[in-house]
Design a protein around this ligand. Structure first.
Ligand SMILES: [Fe+2]
Length: 361
């Protein structure tokens, strides 16, 4: 069997707890070999002019790249960031720090690899295509749920497809979990990103690739998601800390298992319409009661408690060509379908069914 044996990598270091961000300079200095050593900060442009910008431990020789996060990460921008880094200073930086949500962290992970691997990042979309280890990467989540901080995939949309650069080198070398950094995330975004995590757990535990290790991660992660989104009396800092743990556990549950129907459809949706991953997942999951009845029930409870409205009519205005592109993007994600239904997945889902589901969104 193709998928039976799996051995996976995790980040090398975790720093966890309130105030961890204050130690970032120590973590960076540890990687600097001489006076010429320099760093790159890739940071969500939401923080431009905010307190976090002033707290960045940067010197004159460091480069700050502001990441615009309205759209999902794309290969052409990874190439551009790589060129910007090489133009700024042709010697390799000692560290790339990615500060933000899944989009920013995936840009940091992918850019760190492309500095040491020639060509177009679109050529590396897939499994184990990267040849050389990238620059040492530190990821610092400022919104939790995607699991990007512990994932060996940098998910990218390219000219041809939405597919991650996945290999051992994609894993961040170090992660700083500081719940204080989550304090300004708006309620809606917090919910959408948190539900990405919850859906990771549902898809991994109900899939055919699941094992005890993946289950253990997912079960605790789901428990924390439910606490965060159903128990609204918990002080924000406490629930943010829990959500950080849920995200890291949920990320590991899909590493040791796989996502399923929701992510396959959501990739199609966001590849064509640019819908943000968390939002796309919620819109899709809202139509998947037949595949995930238990998860759906809890999802609706959390949505109700958080009073979040889901966007509707996303696919209504699409051309036939766009719709077909969504179907093809989803259909190509064989590993997700295989996890959801098993090796004979084509007996359980058809392109017509995918189209029918998409048209409800
Ligand atoms: Fe996800």
């Amino acid at each position: 069997m193709l998928y039976d044996f799996r051995s996976f990598i995790n980040p090398g270091y975790y720093a966890f707890g309130k105030g961890s961000f204050n130690h970032l300079n120590e973590l960076i200095d540890r990687k600097k070999s001489d006076a010429q050593s320099w760093s790159v900060f890739m940071i969500d442009d939401y923080f431009k002019g905010k307190e976090l910008e002033r707290r960045l431990p940067k010197s004159e020789s460091d480069l700050v790249i502001w990441i615009e996060t309205t759209n999902e990460p794309i290969t052409s921008l990874v190439n551009r960031y790589r060129d910007e880094i090489i133009e700024f200073n042709p010697t390799l930086p000692s560290v790339i720090v990615g500060i933000g949500g899944g989009t920013t962290m995936d840009y940091a992970k992918a850019t760190g690899l492309m500095v040491t691997n020639p060509g177009d990042s679109a050529d590396y979309q897939g499994l184990d295509l990267i040849k050389n280890e990238g620059v040492y990467t530190i990821c610092i989540p400022t919104v939790s749920g995607t699991g990007a901080e512990v994932s060996m995939t940098a998910v990218l949309s390219g000219p041809e497809r939405k597919l991650g650069i996945k290999c051992d080198y994609t894993i961040p070398n170090e992660v700083v979990f500081d719940p204080e950094l989550l304090s300004t995330v708006p309620a809606e975004q917090r919910f959408f990103t948190g539900m990405d995590c919850y859906i990771h757990n549902v898809e991994s535990t109900t899939g055919t690739w699941i094992n005890s290790l993946g289950s253990a991660f997912a079960e605790k992660s789901s428990e924390l998601c439910l606490e965060v989104f159903l128990n609204t009396n918990t002080p924000r800092i406490e629930s943010d800390e829990k959500m950080m743990v849920a995200s890291l556990l949920g990320g590991n549950s899909v590493t040791y298992a796989q996502v399923g129907v929701c992510h396959a459809l959501s990739y199609g949706l966001s590849h064509v319409l640019g819908v943000h991953h968390g939002v796309g997942n919620c819109v899709v999951f809202n139509q998947l009661e037949e595949y995930y009845p238990e998860g759906y029930k809890q999802f609706k409870l959390m949505q109700e408690k958080q009073q979040v409205e889901l966007p509707t009519g996303l696919v209504a205005g699409c051309t036939e060509e766009q719709l077909n592109q969504m179907v093809e993007t989803s259909w190509a994600l064989e590993h997700m379908w295989n996890n959801a239904f098993g090796a004979d997945w084509q007996n359980h889902i058809s392109k017509e069914k995918i189209k029918e589901l998409l048209l409800k969104m």
